[in-house]
Design a protein around this ligand. Structure first.
Ligand SMILES: Cc1cc2nc3c(=O)[nH]c(=O)nc-3n(C[C@H](O)[C@H](O)[C@H](O)COP(=O)(O)OP(=O)(O)OC[C@H]3O[C@@H](n4cnc5c(N)ncnc54)[C@H](O)[C@@H]3O)c2cc1C
Length: 395
């Protein structure tokens, strides 16, 4: 993969990677995404093309078969996919879930899984954190993993586990010490790598996956776990420290999702701009009316500002500096910008915004997710209020 920087300070970073991703995405036009959306089908060909081109291994170090690129390169890849009208949600998680193995796994674990993920033979796309009783309140999760000799016996249920049907492995967060017995409230949870294919195969498998039909094509599921045995060797890091490891990965997740929002915003702005220029009403382009121009211009300004925060958060992350506030603000601002752009684009299209063939309604539904997942807007605001502004904890 060729990578360089431009002398123009306004030019987007990673220009070669961006151009190559755009060329790949051109093979997957609106019709492709529309057809998959209609059927709620997994975009297998797109994920394979992305994998074969090495993009999903961008962040895996060269020593384990990846490209060893910085987070900003992964952000550029995801942004361009969304900017081209596609959706990286079918596979984006692998970019940040593998970071948990990379940062906290043993050398043996890294050698066992990362080269396979980098080569595309193994998919680590499922991330089992949320449960029916714990979404925002992760520490309230009820799935347990009880140690029995050299194994853990796992019992519980996950929900919204996206891509579980299309993944070989799942990163699972489960409680190994009851909440009442931990010294600090963030302790007592552990992270495991679960071999999903083995766990769901054969007669009476310990793991059952049930798809959830949603307003977007997201391959999300419920995962029922009953008597799953996980070898101790498949636990990442220390027992009881899993929440900390997951939090470490969440900054990367927030920055990458923010990059997708930027891509969505750019798609909406360009689509709205083009339509506003072409559509004639009362004998002149609708874009000549300030009532049509201004929401698009405002969304553009919001997107430019959000991009600065995404870049800053990525730069801090790459420098190994703690970046919780910036990663959260990047996600908040970029999700708000993409939602403002979505609203402006739909409104600009009038009735045609509702027609499937324009792709606006699909992208509108897709970008709405980012006000809620992977973390809701309210929870980001609560984090900033408490941890940055030193206001009293609200929950
Ligand atoms: C399509 C989709 C895909 C997903 N994929 C995954 C995945 O792959 N893996 C995974 O683990 N999870 C996944 N999630 C789950 C996602 O992370 C959660 O939906 C999210 O964290 C919110 O949790 P919740 O839905 O339980 O909402 P709740 O926690 O029940 O919150 C409901 C609402 O109340 C608000 N709220 C709650 N508490 C407060 C408070 N104290 N102050 C102010 N407002 C509050 C929230 O902001 C939210 O708007 C996915 C969700 C969706 C919809």
């Amino acid at each position: 993969m060729t990578d360089s920087t431009s002398d123009d300070p306004r030019a987007p970073d990673h220009p070669e990677i961006r151009a190559a991703v755009r060329a790949l995405c051109a093979k997957f036009p609106g019709e492709y995404w529309r057809a998959h959306d209609r059927e709620r089908a997994y975009p297998e060909d797109f994920v394979r093309a992305l994998t074969e081109a090495g993009y999903l291994a961008a962040l895996i170090p060269e020593a384990y078969g990846g490209s060893g690129l910085p987070l900003s390169a992964a952000a550029a890849i995801l942004e361009e996919i969304h900017k081209s009208g596609g959706n990286a949600a079918a596979c984006h998680a692998q970019m940040y879930t593998m970071g948990t193995i990379l940062r906290h796994g043993s050398e043996a674990q890294k050698r066992r899984w990362l080269p396979g993920i980098a080569a595309g033979n193994l998919r680590l796309q499922a991330f089992g954190v949320t449960e029916p009783g714990s979404g925002s309140d992760t520490l309230g999760l009820a799935t347990t993993a009880k140690r029995q000799g050299d194994r853990y016996l796992v019992q519980g249920q996950k929900v919204w586990t996206s891509r579980a049907e299309h993944s070989d492995l799942m990163l699972l967060l489960a409680r190994t010490t009851p909440k009442e017995e931990v010294r600090k409230k963030g302790e007592g949870l552990s992270v495991f790598v679960v071999d999903l294919k083995a766990a769901t195969g054969g007669e009476n498998p310990p793991v059952t996956i049930r798809p959830i039909r949603t307003m977007i094509n997201h391959a999300t599921t419920e995962v029922f776990i009953d008597g799953l045995e996980v070898p101790v060797a498949d636990r990442i890091g220390e027992e009881g420290q899993g929440f900390r490891y997951i939090l470490d990965g969440m900054n990367a997740e927030r920055i990458l999702i923010a990059a997708e929002c930027l891509g969505d915003a750019r798609w909406f702005i360009e689509t709205a701009r083009k339509y506003a220029t072409e559509r004639q009403v009362f004998g002149r382009p609708i874009g000549q009316n300030q009532g049509v121009q201004f929401p698009i211009a405002r969304a553009f300004a919001q997107t430019e500002a959000a991009e600065l925060m995404v870049r800053r958060a990525a730069a801090l992350f790459q420098a190994g500096v703690s970046c919780g506030p910036e990663a959260n603000m990047a996600k908040l601002l970029a999700a708000d910008a993409s939602w403002a752009a979505a609203e402006a684009c739909l409104q600009t299209h009038g009735g045609y915004g509702f027609a499937e063939e324009f792709d606006v309604e699909r992208k509108f539904r897709e970008t709405r997710l980012y006000q809620i997942a992977p973390i809701s807007t309210n929870l980001i605001l609560a984090y900033l209020a408490e941890h940055v502004l030193d206001l009293p904890r609200s929950y």
